[in-house]
Write a protein that binds this ligand. Structure first.
Ligand code: API
Length: 296
């Protein structure tokens, strides 16, 4: 790690917050312990995860990907683990690229470990309000087989939905039924989720309108989970007997998360799009020796 200060920014998408580390040439090695320290809300900067901003040409995984994406989003969970994809993270990543003057409003591609994702940054409003960001989230995969979620000693049937990362979606009458979510809900069978799962609890709010809470793999309960909201939308649409691939009609749901609101659509070709806000709230720098000392 270099001896000079390391620049960072803080950003969030519906209060799913991230430490953003511009590292265009891919020179900063972030160990899991370093990520956990950065995300520590007392001894570190504090976040649900880290977004390292690397030119695709400077990252071996991104270089090997198809598709023209100049930038690679190196997402890490707050425990330091690596996840395939982060939907709120892509919006915040796109917001950073615009904030740094690296892209204009409009369309852009972002390389992620789940593949290249297309994003669109809407123009700012006349009053300067930042435009919303829409992300193409790919297609949901719904593996066959019953899965269950257990919390507070009660097991409920759930829907296995993969958005590039794994989710277990269960429906409740009231979001309080999810309990305190300090510990990860049980998910079974373990074989359905060999690398763990993000677990979403969903309550109805009206026609094509739900609210959710989530316990994220590697981060705990967060105020929002973009891939989770997409998994919730698809699971709810199927519960409601709606499958655009069958009806030939797109379907849109509003998904309220504790940190705000996301609008998610599924097209007849199965592709899912998510629209929501993304905000850069602060910029700063830290001395890498702080990180090194913290890890000694
Ligand atoms: N907050 C992220 C999800 C991170 C998923 C991560 N917890 C995992 O291990 O899959 C989102 O907005 O999609």
């Amino acid at each position: 790690m270099s001896t000079t200060q390391i620049a960072f920014l803080k950003g969030h998408g519906t209060e799913n917050d991230f430490v953003i580390i511009p590292d265009y040439d891919g020179r900063i090695e972030l160990s899991p312990a370093a990520v956990a320290r950065l995300c520590d809300r007392r001894a570190g900067i504090g976040a649900d995860g880290v977004l390292r901003v690397v030119r695709s040409a400077a990252h071996p995984e991104a270089r090997a990907m198809d598709g023209e994406a100049e930038w690679f989003m190196d997402y890490r969970n707050s425990d330091g683990s690596i996840a395939e994809m982060c939907g709120n993270g892509v919006r915040v990543f796109a917001r950073y690229l615009r904030h740094a003057g690296l892209v204009e409003a409009g369309d852009l591609s972002v390389a992620t470990r789940a593949g290249v994702r297309q994003a669109h940054i809407a123009k700012d409003g006349p009053d300067g309000t930042p435009g919303g960001i829409t992300v193409g989230m790919g297609r949901a995969v719904l593996p066959e087989g019953e899965v269950t979620v257990t919390v507070g000693g009660r097991s409920r049937p759930a829907r296995n939905v993969n958005m590039g990362n794994p989710h277990a979606v269960t429906f409740v009458g009231h979001l309080d039924e999810a309990g305190d979510l300090y510990t990860a809900p049980g998910v079974a069978p373990a074989a359905a989720y060999p690398h763990g799962a993000n677990v979403e609890f969903v309550a109805d709010r009206g026609p094509r309108h739900v609210a959710m809470r989530v316990h994220e793999r590697g981060s705990g309960e967060t105020r929002s989970c973009g891939t989770g909201a997409c998994a919730v939308m698809v699971a709810t649409a199927r519960r409601d007997g709606l499958d655009p691939a069958v009806t030939g009609l797109p379907v849109t749901y509003t998904v309220d998360v504790p940190g705000g609101r996301l609008v998610i659509s599924e097209a007849p070709d199965g592709t899912v799009e998510m629209t929501g806000p993304a905000v850069i709230v602060a910029e700063g720098a830290f001395d890498p020796s702080w990180l090194a000392a913290a890890l000694a």
